[in-house]
Design a binder for this molecule. Structure first.
Ligand SMILES: Nc1ncnc2c1ncn2[C@@H]1O[C@H](COP(=O)(O)OP(=O)(O)OP(=O)(O)O)[C@@H](O)[C@H]1O
Ligand SMILES: [Mg+2]
Length: 390
């Protein structure tokens, strides 16, 4: 029984910002120092699903905006409709232009021009009020339509516009891409093109972010990766104990619930400090309508949460192959030694090793010791124990 008031207290799903945003102070400060103050080129922010990536990016973007020291341009690639490469470039271009707050009528004419109005285009290209960078993009855009220019030419302009506007205004631009791995799906060469453009930036920094950890690791870590030694990695993980407990304490207090230290610690242990699970469990505790957060209340809330999350956990498993899923279930049930998993699943060791390698790449499991693996997500592990355990 969630009330409107409750929604303000615990937010389950969707990004959180402002007073709803907890922790991550050091990460925010590092990004700010490096990108805004020191003008470093950029970061790859990565982490598992629902760890709080979008929240961090939006909070950072708001901070930069508020301090007025640089112009942030936030772009969630997954919000693209239609999902195709030219519209990606148009959107990026428009977002950059808008971030630098152009006059309203220029903005309207730009939108018209990009929709295909030839008149709007021509008048923009003639206008003395429109900056060179903007005209540049439009010209190439016409070129692409007339097949005189290539997509690579367009990339240079869409990724160059922020730099050009920042130079014109003697300021800095921070390009922030969420779900960046989708760009790679749109057009394989885009990432390499970005690399060669970004290398020459003086006034622009870039943050790329995504949930497919392995893909992002491929973008920076290997020597042959496009962003090798160009962007710094920033891995987002769960909250530490102090942050997790601090958040729950504050929210329980606001909700008028009483609680003890042990219970808060118990909540941290159950959720592994994952902000999403902390909020969700908190929501279920409140739903129980008990005034005191006891171990029994927590236990009941956990059961309710696992039941409610059934579809989510199930879909986590459905993203795996049948073989990977079998292996993950064994690891979830704490059969952690490779040889034992092989025995239980009746599959040869080399197969098991391959599956475990893939599960590691996909951030489902991590190596604990040689030949020994453990699940990363504490709640998925609990759900597996509930559904597949005996
Ligand atoms: N800094 C934070 N403070 C409090 N709660 C948070 C924080 N970050 C994330 N959460 C919780 O986690 C949920 C998911 O956050 P968010 O959407 O930012 O994650 P994400 O990593 O972008 O997820 P996805 O992989 O789905 O894109 C939020 O709805 C909220 O419950
Ligand atoms: Mg997100």
């Amino acid at each position: 029984m969630s009330t409107g008031e409750w929604m303000i207290l615990f937010k389950v799903g969707g990004p959180v910002v402002g007073k709803d945003f907890y922790g991550r102070e050091e990460t925010l400060e590092t990004l700010y120092k490096d990108l805004v103050e020191q003008g470093k080129l950029g970061y790859v922010v990565y982490g598992p699903r629902r760890i709080g990536k979008t929240s961090l990016l939006e909070e950072f973007s708001n901070t930069v905006e508020k301090r007025g020291s640089a112009t942030p341009v936030y772009f969630d690639v997954s919000s693209l409709h239609p999902f195709e490469i030219e519209s990606f470039h148009d959107h990026l271009f428009l977002k950059c232009v808008e971030a630098f707050k152009p006059k309203r009528e220029i903005r309207a004419r730009l939108a018209e021009a990009l929709k295909g109005s030839g008149d709007a285009l021509a008048s923009l290209l003639r206008s003395a009020e429109v900056s060179v960078g903007i005209k540049d993009y439009l010209q190439v855009k016409i070129g692409v339509k007339e097949k005189k220019a290539s997509l690579q030419d367009l990339i240079k302009k869409s990724f160059g516009i922020a730099e050009s506007l920042a130079k014109e205004t003697d300021s800095r631009a921070i390009l922030i891409f969420d779900e960046f791995q989708m760009v790679e799906d749109l057009e394989k060469n885009t990432i390499w093109a970005i690399r060669s453009i970004a290398q020459d930036w003086k006034n622009t920094s870039i943050i790329v972010c995504g949930s497919e950890v392995s893909l992002l690791e491929q973008m920076i870590l290997p020597k042959t990766a496009p962003f090798f030694q160009l962007l710094k990695p920033c891995q987002l993980g769960p909250f530490d104990e102090a942050t997790a407990i601090g958040m729950m304490q504050e929210k329980f207090t606001k909700a008028g619930l009483s609680f003890g230290k042990d219970e808060l610690k118990e909540i941290f242990n159950i959720t592994g400090g994952y902000p999403y699970y902390l909020q969700w469990l908190g929501d279920k505790i409140y739903d129980s309508e008990e005034k005191k957060v006891s171990k029994m209340v927590i236990e009941g809330a956990l059961k309710a949460m696992l039941a409610e999350g059934d579809a989510i956990f199930r879909s986590s498993l459905e993203r795996l192959s049948a073989g990977e899923k079998d292996v993950l279930i064994e690891i979830g049930l704490e059969t952690e030694q490779l040889s034992e998993i092989a025995k239980k699943t009746e599959k040869p060791m080399p197969n098991i090793a391959k599956m475990v390698e893939r599960l590691t790449e996909k951030s489902y499991v991590r190596k604990k010791a040689p030949g020994r693996y453990a699940m990363i997500d504490p709640m998925l592990k609990k759900w597996i124990a509930m559904v597949y355990g005996i």
